[in-house]
Write a protein that binds this ligand. Structure first.
Ligand code: PMP
Length: 434
């Protein structure tokens, strides 16, 4: 962002735009993008592992053979052929769906926006895991919703905590939760997966409270050990399910989808028309052609092996070098490790010092709408090669060690401050935070 900070439009903004500002973390990331900094911050898939020549040929062939359709407007629901392929992809995770119930979106990020706008009035309550994906928090904040977090442990969302939170909300006038937002598989940012034994219980609790479950599942096919975890939507047709080709193929195409019950689907199509007329035709046909002509399941295997090696590089180095008192999750898929600092340390305060030591991460506060999370941070292993990951963790371990030394010498810094207007403080999901 450039230019003067004076804003002539202040008096004119809608309430939902008043509180939108770039966070301080953003400013630091402009430094973190320098080549000497190892960034363990961004969530960018390693698209260089694709056969880029094959993708180039596919795009050329597509325009040569079907250019008039590929470069034209099309249906707001999305290309019918692509929607059939999307159902084949979802079958891998135990979902039997009809292409009629799929709406193609501009990435699952637009799915989050559409779902928010369909269900949320200002002040409505969304219950979300703590921590939660920053882009989902941003979509809920843009809809002026109130976000209430429910804790997770190594097995994902904690059912007893969910029940307690929903009961507490139901008891307060006008606070009944409307949506439960969850990423059950290979969570961003927590790096955990909802245990199979908890799934039915979570769904029962949500049903008991009349809460709609929104399942966001970008990483389900990127498991390192087992076959993909079954999606919640598989056994529960009332779940609103968000999918994407961003992690299994390419985020730059911006093709995702929402699978929803027919009544909701109809509203999604109308809202999609208002938002973008139709999802990008060229991208949709490119994804359909990719799924038809390329060994896409083999490619997912390539990604899984690549990310598993990088996960191993990160966990091994953390095990070797992180000072005592630090704890982290051990992801079995996806892109992220969630690391808890020893009590008394603050990940946001530590970030400038980490960047000075040439390593970047995302402080935990980015993933909470209520100003908490300062004691934790997210590390991603998806993008840098293993030797850079080892170097980055080595630098981070030295920074944490130095912070602990300071803490032992001078005692805890001032307690982390809460936010006055947490509702509007969710960071927007730029590339560093995605
Ligand atoms: N949900 C989650 C949990 C994510 O991690 C991301 C991207 N990082 C998205 C949604 C959005 O992805 P896209 O819009 O590229 O499909």
């Amino acid at each position: 962002m450039s230019g003067t900070t004076y804003d002539d439009y202040t008096a004119s903004y809608a309430a939902r735009a008043q509180g939108m500002t770039a966070s301080e973390i953003r400013a630091l990331f402009s430094v973190a993008s320098r080549p000497e900094v190892v960034s363990l911050a961004g969530g960018m898939p390693y698209v260089s592992a694709l056969s880029l020549d094959a993708v180039g040929d596919l795009l050329g062939d597509l325009v040569a053979s079907r250019g008039a359709a590929a470069l034209q407007y099309a249906s707001a629901q999305g290309d019918a052929g692509l929607r059939e392929h999307i159902c084949e992809v979802m079958r891998l995770e135990g979902i039997a769906a009809s292409p009629d119930d799929v709406v193609v979106t501009v990435g699952s990020q637009q799915g989050l926006d559409l779902v928010s706008r369909i269900f949320l009035d200002p002040g409505d309550v969304v219950v979300a895991e703590g921590p939660s994906y920053v882009g989902a928090l941003a979509a809920f904040a843009a809809a002026e919703a109130r976000i209430v977090h429910v804790p997770m442990d190594d097995d994902g969302l904690v059912p007893a905590a969910l029940a307690e939170t929903l009961e507490r909300l139901a008891a307060a006038a006008g606070q009944q939760a409307k949506l439960l937002y969850t990423v059950p598989a290979f969570h961003n940012p927590a790096g955990v997966t909802l245990a199979a034994g908890r799934r039915a219980e979570i769904m029962d609790i949500a049903a008991r409270h009349g809460v709609i479950v929104v399942e966001d599942n970008p990483y389900g096919l990127l498991g390192f050990e087992q076959s993909p975890p079954a999606a919640l939507r598989g056994e529960h047709p009332g779940v609103i399910y968000l999918g994407t080709f961003s992690k299994t193929f390419a985020p730059g195409l911006r093709v995702g989808w929402v699978l929803a019950p027919p009544a909701v689907r109809d509203k999604l199509v109308l809202l999609n028309e208002a938002a973008v007329l139709c999802p990008p035709t060229l991208s949709q046909l490119a994804v359909a052609a990719y799924l038809e002509t390329q060994p896409w399941q083999e490619q997912i295997k390539v990604f899984r092996e690549l990310y598993r090696d990088r996960r191993d590089a990160m966990l091994d180095t953390l095990d070797d070098l992180m000072p005592a008192g630090t704890a982290w999750t051990r992801p079995t898929g996806g892109f992220y490790v969630w690391l808890r600092l020893a009590p008394g340390l603050d990940a946001k305060a530590m970030l400038p010092r980490a960047i000075a030591e040439r390593v970047a991460y995302v402080p935990g506060t980015a993933f909470y709408a209520d100003g908490t999370g300062a004691g934790a941070l997210r590390l991603s292993y998806c993008y840098p090669p293993p030797d850079r990951i080892r170097e980055g963790v080595r630098r981070l371990a030295a920074v944490v060690e130095a912070e602990l030394d300071l803490l032992r010498t001078f005692g805890a810094a001032a307690a982390p401050h809460g936010d006055r207007d947490a509702r509007l403080r969710a960071d927007s999901p730029g590339p560093e935070l995605a």
